[in-house]
Design a protein around this ligand. Structure first.
Ligand SMILES: *Cc1c(COP(=O)(O)O)cnc(C)c1O
Length: 430
């Protein structure tokens, strides 16, 4: 396991018995790991006026939301339905305090309606959202998600700040936006930027320090601001041996920010962060069964490969196919046995349905103990952007989710059936 959280409490036979009960593939959540990550964040934010939110798009299942709420974490939601899921998990509506924040660059579907009905604080990322709110009769406060002109995501596809990023309000337009807001009768209670982290771990803290100065300069423009939000992007070490973020040092940056904001504004300003992946990345593994092995042989087009064919695909975990992301792979019950370079591939009709890829998205055979048909494989760190980015591509149906805590294992979401998949199909004249 790449995480420094507790060793697995499940044995190969325990996993096999779960697999017998729910079938493969399935997602297995570990409550102890998620609780340990929540504890790490609450320790970092354990001073008055520091508040953590959970960016629930990373993992929006009820059990996870419930664990967040139990521990005083607030929510960052991206859609009307995410807001409704947070409400169902018991988070209070309203803006006093704004326990649920809606952050998006677009109002889609029920978003405006939910914001109005539940008095949710909207965090605006596109200027036209101001007019949309005003036309909908909204007269509450708003947050402004700013593009500060710099920033970086954890992979090249994740562009969270700078001229090429689609996110947020461009920082040089802030005066014009302020004017528009005044015309619409909307006050600004929160300033926000989510610029994340680069591939280098040090970039996170550098970015956060730059953001402190950025916000200090702009605070005087908005005398009603109560909170400043630094977004998410706390990195998770996906690769074994990868550097780990120093949360104590991050906490120090946020406390320094609080002081600097207090001095600039002459009043206390709440400082918020909203990690997604950090809370949940190693909290779930995708458990899949090996169906067979096959090989290609070297010819003029390239080197031969040995493929391990498993029943999980990128419909269940898209990060390797989408970003070339590394996920640690464990052949269950074979740890320590001789290894050879293997490509782990899934059942989907797409050549990119491969879990062993590199950042350039080419095959990256991985040294692994050679499995046999019938063995189980765990694809680790699937808790963040695993289920939430899953799809019904190839009509395979979303996998069951199993929640393991001290008391045992619980099915918290069953496998989707064909009826689930086609339930919305119809033939209605328009
Ligand atoms: C995606 C996102 C987050 C969470 O990012 P992580 O990398 O998962 O921590 C937080 N805030 C906003 C606005 C986001 O878009």
């Amino acid at each position: 396991m790449p995480s420094d959280t507790p060793a697995p409490s499940w044995s190969p036979s325990g996993l096999e018995s779960l697999a017998q009960k729910v079938g493969t593939p399935f997602l297995m959540y570990r409550a102890d790991i998620i609780r340990a990550k929540i504890a790490a964040i609450t320790a970092m934010t354990d001073s008055p006026g520091l508040q953590a939110r959970f960016a629930m798009k990373a993992c929006s299942g009820h059990q996870v939301l419930y664990a967040m709420r139990q521990n005083g974490i607030w929510i960052d939601a991206v859609s009307g339905n995410e807001v409704l899921r947070a409400l169902r998990a018991g988070f209070p509506s309203g803006q006093n305090p704004p326990t649920i924040l809606y952050t998006s660059d677009v109002f889609r579907d029920n978003a405006l309606e939910v914001i109005r009905a539940e008095n949710i604080l909207p965090n605006l990322g596109t200027p036209s959202m101001i007019g949309a709110l005003a036309r909908a009769g909204y007269r509450g406060a708003v947050g402004l998600r700013l593009n500060p002109g710099f920033g970086h995501g954890h992979v090249k596809e994740c562009d969270t700040g700078g001229p090429s990023s689609k996110h947020g309000l461009w920082y040089e337009d802030i005066e014009a936006i302020k004017h528009e807001l005044e015309t619409a009768g909307l006050k600004v209670s929160l300033l926000h930027a989510h610029i994340g982290t680069g591939p280098e771990i040090a970039e996170f803290q550098t970015n956060m320090r730059r953001l402190v100065d950025f916000f200090v300069e702009r605070l005087p423009l908005f005398p009603q601001v109560e909170a400043i939000n630094f977004g998410g992007g706390i990195p998770h070490p996906y690769k074994p041996g990868a550097a780990r973020i120093d949360l104590d040092a991050c906490g120090a940056v946020f406390r320094h920010a609080q002081q600097a904001f207090q001095e600039a504004a002459g009043r206390a300003i709440r400082v918020e962060i909203e990690p997604g992946r950090f809370f949940v990345a190693d909290g779930a593994s995708l458990i899949t069964r090996v169906h067979g092995l096959k090989s290609t042989r070297t010819n003029e087009k390239g080197p031969g490969q040995k493929f391990v064919m498993v029943d999980a695909g990128f419909c269940d975990l898209v990060r390797p196919a989408m970003y070339g992301s590394y996920h640690h792979i464990e052949v269950i019950g074979k740890t320590g046995q001789p290894e050879e370079d293997l490509v782990v591939a899934g059942p989907m009709c797409e050549s990119g349905d491969v879990f062993t890829r590199d950042a350039d998205e080419v095959l990256d055979p991985r040294p692994l103990p050679t499995p046999e048909a019938g063995d189980l494989i765990a694809i680790h760190d699937a808790g963040a952007y695993g289920e939430t980015m899953s799809s019904n591509y190839n009509s395979l149906g979303r996998v069951p989710q199993v929640w393991c805590d001290d008391n045992g294992a619980y099915l918290v979401s069953r496998r989707q059936t064909l009826d689930d998949i086609i339930r919305t199909e119809c033939f209605e004249e328009l």
